[in-house]
Design a protein around this ligand. Sequence first.
Ligand code: IPM
Ligand code: MG
Length: 356
Amino acid sequence: MKIAVLPGDGIGTEIIAEAVKVLKTLDLKLELETAPVGGAAYEAAGHPLPESTLKLAKESDAILFGAVGDWKYDKLERALRPEQAILGLRKAMGLFANFRPAICYEQLTHASSLKPELVAGLDILIIRELTGDIYFGQPRGRRTAPDGHFPGAEEAFDTMRYSRPEIERIARVAFEAARKRSKRVTSVDKSNVLETFQLWKDVVTEVHKDYQDVALDHMYVDNAAMQLVKAPKAFDVIVTGNMFGDILSDEASMLTGSIGMLPSASLNDKKQGLYEPSHGSAPDIAGKGVANPLATILSAAMMLRFSLNQAEAADRIEAAVKKVLAQGLRTPDIYSEGTTKVGTVQMGDAVVKALG
Ligand code: IPM
Ligand code: MG
């Protein structure tokens, strides 16, 4: 089983080191190969997603990805910015199905900014379509406005679009996932305003005919944003487009206390997957040894489960993470009084130890 390890920028290298340490503790035949990506790759090879990195990713069964991005690259032309590495990987490998669970761990109930009773036991799954929508829709660009309120003025535009097959396949992923959970899907759209999301709603409704054992409801994205902080436990599986999913998944992550706890998986139709923490590269705390490695360690567990058929090893990692939380170990992002503050490496070491 071949794994491409792409640490990236900022805290990426620190958190990936801990996840690799955990993987190496397990008695599995894993071949790990590291390559540069993001700003680090731009520095090393002049491009955020060098040919050699993309080739390695394509040849691997799974990709363990850290994070990319740093403000210092904001002035580069868009095609050379670190974010293009993750967008390029998603597109080039067809990683259309993004799983972002938001789970509130018992010990972290009080780390949430919401009242404990609202989030205790929270376990929702956001399924975000990842290769379409306004993120990739053409045409896009800058031009002189041909019409509109200010003809002749400089303007910029992006295109929101979804095709029927794109919506169908992500809807199926969501219904299948719901079947393994509490059999409820909320499809989030903006069909009251956007053509794209009227088609979205129509297609999801049609696909649902094949999944009558799963309950489906539809919600506008603004209302969904509100309901997520009002009564988050009312949700089970949320399925939505790329743009809305980007926003709602960050919102949902905060319900759990810290984005530093949340893994994610992005899969294609060959079950190849890219696994990364839901958080970014956090350049403000990079190199300080304080980043929470648990989201990345949990992403490695998802990788073992979804792409490598090693459910038992995944269970072991997840149990070990619960154990270190029960021991009271906390990185600063999840620290509260009465617990023990630890750094990135100590947290990784503790998980290794808890694996037994
Ligand atoms: C995410 C990130 C990315 C996105 C960025 C880094 C391009 O915010 O994975 O949610 O917008 O998809
Ligand atoms: Mg995001």
